[in-house]
Design a protein around this ligand. Structure first.
Ligand SMILES: [Zn+2]
Length: 175
């Protein structure tokens, strides 16, 4: 199992000022969604309530999609795996925009790469689902001489949108 060491996972969340027990839950959830994902190649989400520190796990038994529920307006941290280790999808970004009580949305890739998106305040602007998808499509269709992999383009698109929204976007890779 390719997972970041605990120090690197801690680094990803260091600006959020979370308690030690919450960080432990985060590390546990990164491991768990990766483990579940590797067993069946589906996406799994772990939803951690920042107040109760309870974790609920969800899956749609689908390789590129997972829906999850949060039952109150408390702050949540949502961590899900991406079997192909891709960065945030347009759908991920849209959901994060819409659910203000999501303090943090993270991806655990099966190659060990992890991405974290978090908000420190309200979104500065709002984008429709279509606008987000169109932006991704434009970056994907950059001229051929722009030599970037599809994964790199997805990362640029997601990071740019995060920047426009006023969110922090962090990435860590297994060395
Ligand atoms: Zn996703």
């Amino acid at each position: 199992m390719l997972l970041l060491n605990e120090e690197k996972i801690r680094d990803l969340y260091s600006s959020l000022n979370l308690g030690e027990s919450c960080i432990d839950k985060i590390i546990e959830t990164h491991k768990k969604v990766l483990c579940l994902g590797e067993s069946n190649k589906f996406e799994h989400a772990g939803v951690i309530c920042c107040e109760t520190e309870k974790i609920n796990y969800f899956t749609d038994n689908h390789p590129t999609r997972v829906s999850y529920e949060c039952h109150s307006n408390k702050n949540y941290i949502v961590i899900h795996n991406h079997p192909k280790s891709t960065p945030f999808s347009p759908q991920d970004l849209y959901e994060f925009q819409e659910k203000m009580f999501h303090r943090c949305l993270s991806i655990q890739g099966h190659d060990g790469t992890a991405y974290v998106l978090y908000r420190e305040s309200e979104n500065s602007i709002k984008m429709t689902k279509n606008e987000i998808s169109e932006f991704f499509a434009r970056v994907k269709n950059l001229p051929e001489h722009v030599d970037l992999s599809n994964k790199a383009k997805k990362e640029i698109a997601g990071e740019t949108i995060a920047h426009v929204m006023g969110w922090q976007f962090i990435k860590e890779e297994v060395a």
